[in-house]
Unconditional design. Structure first.
Length: 423
């Protein structure tokens, strides 16, 4: 029988943007062949053929279309097979703007209550999960500004209205003003003579804006700073890299990832995440690493970094960087993490304060290495040393000051006596 081709389910994602088909109807395909591409908020993902055969007529999925996860978009047909009649769910699972006076076709998986909400005229576009959270907490969706496709209200929008008293009160008192700033008409009036270009937000930039705004508003940040000596680490790295080629050469960042993981294991109270009404302690030190790309950044996760050799950390990071530049990182590579690392040292930044990526509880911001005069061990003479400023941003709900200081001290000890990273 014909094999269905569906938009894959992506955890935490309800709709994706259809990038385009890589094959044409009638083309011969084999199981595992890449036949289409979609873009979620986190990454570009390829859709693979589920079987051998010929690609049938396309049922859904035009370039740039917002389409729901799980939607049926085509069939793979064996010789002599005909495609079945397109089911109603194909229409129901795409997400075009509603047309006044029209009655949508609803799949059997939608309950009667959701169907009724879709039939209400001029109703706010909102995801089923956002509607449920709003209904359970008596939130008026008409007063919530949507950050999803076409102004669609998504889970983060409702949670922001629910958890942030300031935002919630602003929405209630001034429904015509968006909680993130002046409304568009007023903004365009003020800047009417100075706007050179309007740049539409893509999925990545929307995600960055939503998550970091939410984190900065709801996570009680505090910051710990420490200048850490790098001379011993750089000397060890030079020795290890002798005779290695570019593909196997270790970077300073590789050492930072491994040292951060070992520090979390040494101070287990800091290897934890916030869970609303509780704290979850983690068994492994999974380290997120920020990778800059055009238009934003990715934070892939090095899993169980405390168990990996430096060579394994290095090879994973090189693969992540290549995949990030091609926007090929999968959702499973971007989820989770105990602590994040953001390194702007290569841009000459002395120090900076990074925003905690909730539900993680910490992020380590790394500045550039610089030559400074320091007192030698005898305390009487001054010698040159290479140091960098490391700033640890922490969620005070999870990690108190003394524990945060212990974590940064454990990390500093590993960097300044780097042979301990190897044993």
């Amino acid at each position: 029988m014909p094999a269905e081709i569906r938009i894959p389910s992506i955890p935490g994602t309800e709709t994706v943007r259809f990038v385009g088909w890589l094959r044409n109807p009638g083309d011969r395909v084999e199981a595992g062949d890449e036949i289409a591409e979609i873009e979620s908020e986190k990454a570009t993902v390829s859709i693979e053929s589920p079987a051998d055969g010929a690609l049938g007529e396309v049922l859904a999925g035009s370039d740039g279309e917002e389409i729901a996860c799980g939607s049926l978009i085509a069939f793979v047909l064996a010789p002599g097979e005909d495609a079945p009649h397109p089911p109603a769910e194909t229409v129901a699972n795409t997400t075009p703007a509603p047309v006044a006076g029209s009655s949508p076709v609803v799949s059997s998986t939608l309950d009667a209550e959701l169907f009724a909400s879709h039939r209400s005229e001029a109703r706010k576009l909102a995801s089923p999960l956002a509607r449920r959270i709003a209904r359970e907490n008596a939130i008026d969706l008409e007063l919530v500004s949507g950050s999803g496709p076409k102004g669609r209200v998504v889970r983060l929008d409702v949670e922001r209205a629910l958890r942030t008293e300031q935002s919630a009160s602003a929405i209630s008192a001034h429904p015509q003003v968006q909680p993130n700033g002046d409304n568009r008409d007023n903004l365009l009036r003020v800047y009417r003579n100075n706007i050179a270009e309007e740049v539409a937000l893509d999925g990545m930039r929307k995600t960055i804006a939503n998550r970091l705004s939410f984190a900065k508003q709801t996570v009680p940040h505090y910051y710990l700073r420490r200048d850490i000596h790098l001379d011993a680490l750089e000397s060890l790295r030079r020795d290890i890299n002798l005779g290695r080629n570019d593909e196997t050469r270790l970077s300073l960042n590789d050492f930072f990832v491994k040292a951060a993981a070992l520090a979390l294991i040494a101070v287990p109270d800091c290897n934890a995440i916030w869970g609303e009404d509780r704290i979850y302690r983690l068994s492994d030190a999974d380290i997120s690493v920020a990778i800059a790309v055009d238009g934003g950044l990715y934070t892939p996760v090095v899993r169980k970094a405390q168990e990996l050799s430096l060579s394994s950390v290095s090879s994973q990071m090189k693969a992540f960087i290549a995949a990030a530049r091609d926007r090929r990182l999968g959702p499973d590579q971007l989820e989770g993490g105990s602590l994040a690392i953001s390194n702007l040292g290569m841009f000459g930044i002395d120090s900076f304060d990074a925003i905690v990526n909730a539900p993680q509880s910490a992020i380590l911001a790394i500045g550039t290495g610089r030559r400074v005069p320091v007192f030698a061990g005898d305390g009487a003479s001054v010698v040159p040393a290479r140091v960098a400023t490391f700033t640890l941003s922490l969620d005070h709900r999870v990690i108190d000051g003394a524990r945060g200081a212990a974590l940064l001290a454990a990390f500093a000890g590993l960097i300044e006596t780097p042979l301990n990273i190897l044993v």
